[in-house]
Design a protein around this ligand. Structure first.
Ligand code: AMP
Ligand code: ZN
Length: 458
């Protein structure tokens, strides 16, 4: 039984898809105007865990992710320039060149983090006509009005507007910033924007004149196009609750009188010194920054799993270092256990059940990791079985345990180990230590254990 916290109902609910074991999953993708920062990547890791947990439970997931390559303005509230256009100016490239470059970089990051690819990628610029069609429906149903700035959605016409908001919301989105002149309600939002006079490029024709779509329209169109309405699960970061997802739900409800998706899941922020990691805060790190400092991308994945996705996580290099050590330790153990032998006893089912209970309780990854370490130190479980169980857990954790290979030990090193063992047997530890140093210089490390010397590649 899989339980997920649904922002829409503010409850942990038993997850039941619409059709048998099939799940439609839509995750809001990146705005490709810069490298993803590790805060963004925390959200994609949470969504990857969700997808893997669904698969672990035998569901067949159809996953759609969009690429925002138009329409996301500097402010979420319909003011400021398009982020991609600003980047194009900064980098003296065309918007398309910028967008494609950062899209490729984003996909590389996903691969490095062992995040499974969506089944369908959709770019906003490739669905402009569909977005226009949706706005036409909203116009026919009298949910729109036109002002100098563009075509706007009239939120006061939809009784259910804001159903995703937490109940006790004091500040309405839109009240904090200066309103676009002519906007009737603070929560109204742009469906189609007219360009500022200076802007001549990166515009599309529409029944309302040349312009470009508002950011909140693309996800409605792309998700429905590939998953139908309603579909099962829609995800994103918590910052999407108040505006972006609220406005997605509003458009779908106004146009089709249906809820867009049945379960809405939101990942909490990655923080730096207590503040949200964000480009505007100038406190971001990219995955490359971590790699340049000697960290493995999967150490960051491990770090994300140490916190529940609905808890804030404060990023520090010290905690990343501890996670890298823990992961390396897990790799060593896995290699130690690695064997072709396949044994399955009661332990397999017992541990699987424990693990499944943890992850099925709203994706409790910290508990799942604790079970991993419980297994490692469980004297009653044979190594070969531990290996089988860890590989099973890794379907969810995604640390690539199956790909681990025992390091090839060169003949020269093997000889040195043998000579060192002879010295040790004779009690000549000084000589043995000398050889250990020699081996270290050649890139290997010897550890003496009860079962004999163990060798590790440095
Ligand atoms: P964007 O490319 O700005 O649309 O953001 C991509 C995803 O990252 C969205 O789902 C955001 O909610 C999420 N996000 C942005 N900042 C953070 C952060 N500091 N921690 C976690 N997720 C974030
Ligand atoms: Zn979206």
């Amino acid at each position: 039984m899989l339980k997920l916290y649904n922002t829409l109902t503010r409850k942990k609910e038993i997850f039941k898809p619409l059709k048998d074991k099939k799940v439609g999953l839509y995750t809001c993708g990146p705005t490709v105007y810069w490298f993803a920062h590790i805060g963004n990547l925390r959200t994609y890791i949470f969504e990857d865990i969700l997808k893997r947990v669904l698969e672990y439970n035998g569901f067949k997931v159809k996953h759609v992710m969009n690429i925002t390559d138009i329409g996301h303005l500097v402010s979420d509230e319909d003011v400021g320039e398009d982020k991609i256009l600003l980047a194009a100016k900064r980098e003296k490239k065309t918007p398309k060149e910028v967008a494609r470059f950062y899209e490729r970089e984003f996909k590389k990051d996903l691969k490095l983090l062992n995040i499974k690819k969506p089944d369908i990628w959709v770019r906003a610029t490739e669905t402009i006509q569909d977005q226009i069609e949706l706005i036409k429906i909203l116009e026919r149903k009298s949910f729109t009005y036109i002002i100098e700035d563009g075509v706007y959605f009239n939120s006061s016409k939809l009784k259910t507007y804001g159903r995703l908001w937490p109940k006790k919301m004091k500040i309405l989105p839109g009240k904090r910033v200066k309103m676009v002149p002519g906007k009737r309600n603070p929560t109204d939002f742009a469906l189609w924007k007219f360009p500022k006079k200076k802007r001549k490029k990166f515009l599309w024709n529409s029944p309302w004149g040349k312009g470009f779509p508002g950011w909140h329209t693309e996800c409605v169109v792309m998700s429905i196009k590939h998953l139908g309405i309603p579909f099962d699960i829609h995800c994103g970061g918590v910052d999407h609750i108040l505006i972006h997802h609220t406005n997605e739900i509003a458009q779908a409800e106004a146009a089709f009188s249906k809820i867009l998706a049945r379960y809405w899941l939101h990942g909490e922020f990655l923080l730096v010194e207590g503040k949200k990691m964000a480009k505007s805060e100038r406190n971001i790190f990219t995955l490359k920054d971590l790699i340049d400092r000697g960290f493995k991308p999967l150490a960051f994945r491990y770090l994300c799993l140490t916190a529940h996705y609905r808890s804030k996580l404060n990023f520090t290099f010290d905690s990343l270092k501890s996670c890298q050590n823990a992961l390396e330790n897990l790799y060593e153990k896995t290699l130690e256990y690695k064997t072709r032998k396949k044994i399955k006893t009661k332990n397999f089912e017992r541990y699987k059940k424990k693990f499944q209970n943890a992850i099925n309780d709203d994706l409790n990854t910290p508990k799942a990791l604790a079970i991993v370490w419980e297994l490692v130190s469980d004297q009653k479980v044979k190594d070969a079985e531990k290996y089988q169980i860890l590989l099973d857990f890794d379907k969810v954790l995604g640390f690539n345990l199956e790909k681990l290979k025992k390091p090839k030990i060169p003949e020269k090193i093997k000889k040195l180990i043998k000579i060192r063992e002879e010295y040790r047997k004779k009690g000549d530890f000084e000589k043995a230590d000398e050889i250990r140093e020699k081996i270290k210089k050649l890139g290997f490390w010897i550890e003496d254990t009860k079962e004999g010397p163990k060798i590790k590649k440095l």
